[in-house]
Design a protein around this ligand. Structure first.
Ligand SMILES: C[S@@+](CC[C@H](N)C(=O)[O-])C[C@H]1O[C@@H](n2cnc3c(N)ncnc32)[C@H](O)[C@@H]1O
Length: 266
């Protein structure tokens, strides 16, 4: 099931064309520093012409993703970090489930204004990025980011009063509201069609919980932005996707790195 192996500057990654359970069962217990789950949201999206991957009865979907979460927790090293990206309505349920085993650290609101107001509801403008650790985190860095500036005049959008010079020099602390990441919308930047997350999101996750030489695992890798970010951050990785067209895209994205094509049964 291995698609290929990628190496760069002494760091390496394996890309698998595999079902999530085959991938997570293959990873040994306590071997991942970060597991990132961006599963199908069960919204009936057509990821593939032949496989119906996003259309389970609600109970079945819940059971399926809980099993994925169970295996992800087993795969995490003590102190490792689990991130789950989902719709708030599901995040609240899966978050409560993970909370029974791991330490809750954050519900990060990732602003994504590409939905529609439906029924008796507000306009949905964020996704949830749940962040848990297996015990005390073995790695945690609170990143500093550049404050938002006006596009026209270049001035800070907020008034930082007497802290202005410090903020100009050092930036501001990253909060649990991420409203500065642009969704991947433009055709020329897209490596595949549905649901690609911006690479900035992965870079941020890795800057919080990652370090050179650590192991990043992403079993729903899609177009592989997580793998690209892992290699750029000098981490090893194991990523997978059930669709061969996606694993091909990932290896093409990483084609600057040294890539070895493997047998499909490897
Ligand atoms: C929400 S998308 C992930 C997008 C990805 N984070 C990115 O930035 O491109 C979910 C991915 O899971 C894959 N997938 C769906 N069912 C799967 C399964 N049972 N095992 C492995 N991958 C699966 C889909 O092909 C799709 O690429």
């Amino acid at each position: 099931m291995r698609y290929c192996t990628v190496e760069e500057n002494g760091y390496s990654g394996n890309i698998y064309c595999a079902d999530v359970f085959d991938l997570l069962n293959k990873i040994g217990p306590e071997s991942a520093d970060i597991v990132f789950l961006d599963p199908p949201f069960n919204l009936g999206k057509r990821y593939s012409e032949t496989l119906d991957l996003d259309n389970k009865p609600e109970e079945e979907y819940q059971y399926w993703l809980k099993r994925v979460i169970d295996l992800s927790i087993i795969a995490l090293k003590p102190g490792g970090a689990l991130y789950i990206y989902h719709l708030p309505a599901w995040a609240i349920r899966f978050g409560a489930y993970v909370d029974q085993s791991l330490i809750f650290r954050h519900w990060i609101s990732v602003s994504m204004k590409n939905g529609f107001a439906r029924g008796l509801r507000l306009y949905p403008a964020h996704y949830a990025l749940l962040y848990f650790t297996k015990g005390a985190p073995q790695q945690f860095i609170r990143p500093k980011i550049n404050p938002l500036r006006c596009r026209k005049c270049g001035e800070f959008v907020r008034d930082y009063g007497g802290y202005r010079s410090i903020i100009e020099e050092k930036g501001i602390n990253l909060s649990d509201i991420w409203d500065d990441l642009s969704p991947v919308r433009h055709g020329n930047k897209k490596h595949r069609r549905p649901n690609e997350l911006p690479i900035g999101l992965f870079n941020r996750v890795l800057s919080i919980s990652g370090a050179p030489g650590m192991m990043y695992v992403d079993p729903f890798a899609g177009s592989g932005a997580g793998a690209v970010a892992a290699l750029k951050n000098e981490m090893n990785f194991i990523v997978g996707d059930i669709l061969p067209e996606n694993t091909k895209i990932i290896s093409e994205r990483l084609s600057g790195a040294f890539t070895t094509q493997e047998s499909v049964n490897g």
